[in-house]
Design a protein around this ligand. Structure first.
Ligand code: SF4
Length: 729
């Protein structure tokens, strides 16, 4: 270990010496996924301009690795598409298009927003306004957005795009452990484990810089079990690939748990002393024999038996999962069901064993902890808890009675827009016109709003529905913290001043709050560090306590794992080492979860299972990555993956265009004939906008707890549309 450090220091020194005197390196992290890979942005100091990037070998999580998105992330900042001035739309009939905007001053934009918001609230009440935000922002911005909604606008309706991403993991962890931290261990523990059980994660494309650690498990003689309807690069090399039908995870997890118990792999002491719910669960899973589980999931019984044997016998094992299991109408149950495996075998609460989710968005962890969710306040406090409301009200300088009540989840806000309960929207750092399910419904709801503001650094598909667009900054033009997929709080540093007239979201919200007559609660926030100081204070004493995570400590320690309660606290890399879970009795909950099928099963009219996911070149709705030339050249359009047998059945060929449709919508895609997909399932990448968006077809069946839509499973049909000469019918 000592030798490694000497080598690291040496390499860093050499790297620094290679730079031109007019160039400086700004230590920061990638703007995209939850890996938050370490990088140095290269800045031309003569122009104060970012000119490139290099990986940071000294960042312990990814040790100098960057994926194609990370290598090109810096190209967002000075991109030709950047919004440089506020835009105002004078002609509402052009909503839903890029047309009809004119440039305006900040004063004019603020005046218009303040006037419209004030008038609307006077006529329809405070809750006629809503805030829809995102978690690709810093913790400080996420925190302030919650305060902006509840104090400056005084509305209950705030929610965020984590409902489309991480909310099932959050809901599952919360009810199982009593606390929601996405990983119970640091990522470096993958290096020491004996077995990885990875469900619903195309890790090689979605979190590629985890792969060197994952492959090392195999190199060391360890085991990898993968659950996925597709033979992803990870599944291809796995010891066992459990190729289930989309939406049947609950049956698979119950089947494996049954075998773990029947074959003597339960840790009786751990179960007796640190958990509740075992006996009931043991009874419930008995019916999930390998044969019954196979019938429900489509996975061969021998594979299920082998997977249970490997996981059960492994001295240390980590259960990992991602959106494949979480973006379902039973996403929370899936998370709890797979987590049951770790609890029953006692493979949690110790190094090299545990449970982790691959967080999708850059700050998917921190962004959900500090008040953007409809029912949460900073520090993971509950808006239903009067003591929590009082604590936060004190920091915000309001009376507890002034705190708005809980609102509704992201998709439910669109339902309230449709019925005109909500008439105004302030949209930040999110692109629901691409990323929400059942898009025909959602786009109409946005189009019918009386007034909509969008803050973004590009004119996204969602900004096309706005009346006012405010130019925000990219991550490299501001500073603050994010929390990566381990629960490690890290520092994002400013590499360049904001271009044009763009401003950071926190500054926009402070200035807007002043226009709305709420300056006394916001005007003291002059810098991002001011927001950070207030944010740390607001989190103090909550489960997600960031108070001790000062920027200096983050710098010194290569990040700080929460909870971190005070200045002497170094943070908490390992959760539950003392076997104390966060429920009042200190025990974790093992859940007995009966199987239920996807909300929409295949039928005669829609006989095919449809699922979707990412490709390595794009991030989320593609608003950023589709503008980066290299990334767009590599993945310029969506496609539908079809198994050769299904292609034969429909008489369709590779590269032929087909119409894919569901009960909700239709879209035309080029066919990619491939054996990596199940014969009964098709797959489409979800990063594309307008008519190419797969979310025109997806279903908004919501998980009852997390309110996560069932993106990953619905019933579809294919229509052949090409004539022999290639012309569309
Ligand atoms: Fe790392 Fe994710 Fe950025 Fe790729 S997109 S460089 S994996 S943070």
């Amino acid at each position: 270990m000592q030798k490694d450090n000497i080598m690291r220091d040496d390499i860093i020194k050499k790297t620094e010496n290679l730079h031109h005197p007019n160039e400086k390196l700004v230590k920061t992290h990638c703007s995209y996924c939850g890996m938050q890979c370490g990088m140095n942005l290269r800045v031309d100091t003569t122009k104060n301009e970012i000119i490139g990037v290099e990986p940071r070998y000294d960042w312990p999580v990814t040790l100098g690795k960057l994926c194609p998105k990370g290598v090109t992330a810096y190209q967002q900042t000075n991109h030709d598409d950047r919004l440089l001035k506020p835009l105002i739309r004078d002609d509402a009939s052009l909503k839903g298009t890029k047309e009809g905007f004119r440039e305006a001053s900040w004063d004019e934009a603020y005046d218009l927003i303040a006037k419209k918001f004030t008038e609307m609230q006077a006529e329809y009440g405070k809750d006629t306004l809503s805030v829809f935000s995102g978690v690709s922002m810093t913790n400080e911005k996420c925190y302030l957005t919650g305060k902006f909604a509840r104090v400056a606008l005084g509305t209950r309706y705030i929610d965020y795009n984590g409902r489309f991403c991480m909310s099932s993991a959050a809901g599952g962890f919360l009810r199982t452990f009593g606390v929601d931290r996405g990983s119970t261990i640091p990522w470096t523990d993958i290096d020491e484990t004996d077995c990885l059980f990875i469900a619903g994660s195309n890790t090689a494309e979605c979190h590629p810089t985890s792969m060197f650690r994952i492959w090392n498990v195999l190199e060391r003689g360890g085991y990898i079990i993968v659950v996925d309807p597709r033979e992803t690069p990870l599944a291809r090399r796995a010891d066992v690939h459990l190729d289930l039908k989309p939406g049947t995870d609950l049956a698979l997890a119950n089947g494996i748990l049954n075998l773990l118990i029947q074959n003597g792999h339960a840790d009786d002491d751990f179960v007796a002393n640190h958990t509740n719910g075992f006996e009931e669960t043991k009874e419930l899973v008995k019916e999930f024999t390998p044969e019954h589980t196979s019938m429900l999931t489509g996975v061969a019984p021998e594979k299920i038996i082998k997977a249970a044997e490997i996981y059960g016998k492994a001295p240390n094992a980590i259960v990992m999962f991602a959106r494949g299991i979480e973006q379902q109408e039973k996403g929370v149950d899936n998370v709890s069901a797979y987590t049951n495996m770790a609890l029953v075998t006692g493979k949690i609460g110790r190094p090299h064993s545990g449970v982790a989710t691959f967080t999708g968005q850059g700050n998917g962890q921190g962004g959900r902890e500090h008040g953007q969710k409809s029912d949460l306040l900073p520090g993971y406090r509950s808006i239903y808890n009067p003591k929590h409301v009082e604590e936060v009200s004190k920091v915000w300088g309001i009376e507890p009675e002034e705190m708005p009540k809980a609102g509704v989840s992201a998709f439910e806000m669109f339902e309230l827009m449709e019925e005109k309960t909500i008439r105004g929207l302030y949209l930040i750092c999110s692109n629901p016109a691409v990323s929400a399910p059942d898009l025909n419904y959602v786009r109409k709801a946005m189009k019918d709003l009386d007034f909509m503001v969008c803050a973004d650094f590009y004119l996204s598909e969602s900004a096309e529905y706005a009346d006012v667009v405010l130019p925000a900054v990219t991550w490299a033009e501001d500073e603050g913290t994010t929390t990566n997929l381990e629960g490690r709080i890290i520092k994002i540093n400013q590499a360049q001043e904001p271009i044009g007239e763009s401003k950071p979201d926190w500054q926009i919200q402070v200035e807007l709050a002043e226009r709305l007559g709420k300056g006394k609660h916001f005007s003291h926030l002059k810098t991002a560090r001011d927001v950070a100081d207030e944010f740390r204070l607001a989190s103090k004493g909550g489960d997600a306590d960031y108070y001790g995570a000062t920027w200096d400590k983050i710098d010194k320690q290569d990040g700080v794992f929460w909870p971190c309660k005070d200045e002497d606290d170094e943070g908490t890399p390992y959760m539950f080492l003392d076997k104390k879970f966060y429920h009042p009795d200190g025990r974790a909950k093992i859940f007995a979860l009966p199987y239920r099928p996807p909300a929409e099963e295949p039928c005669e009219k829609y006989p095919i299972r449809m699922t979707n996911g990412r490709v390595v070149y794009h991030y989320l709705s593609g608003n950023q990555t589709r503008r980066i030339k290299f990334l767009n050249d590599m993945a310029p359009e969506p496609y539908v993956e079809v198994h050769p047998e299904l292609a034969k059945q429909y008489d369709i060929e590779h590269d032929e265009k087909v119409r894919l449709f569901t009960r909700r919508g239709r879209a035309i895609y080029k066919v990619k004939v491939t054996e990596i997909i199940r014969k009964d399932t098709v797959f489409v990448p979800y990063h594309y906008g307008h008519d190419e968006s797969i979310n025109l077809l997806t279903i908004a069946a919501l998980d009852p707890i997390s309110k996560m839509p069932e993106y990953k499973a619905c019933a579809a049909q294919i229509e052949k549309i090409n004539t022999k000469d290639g012309a569309l019918k």
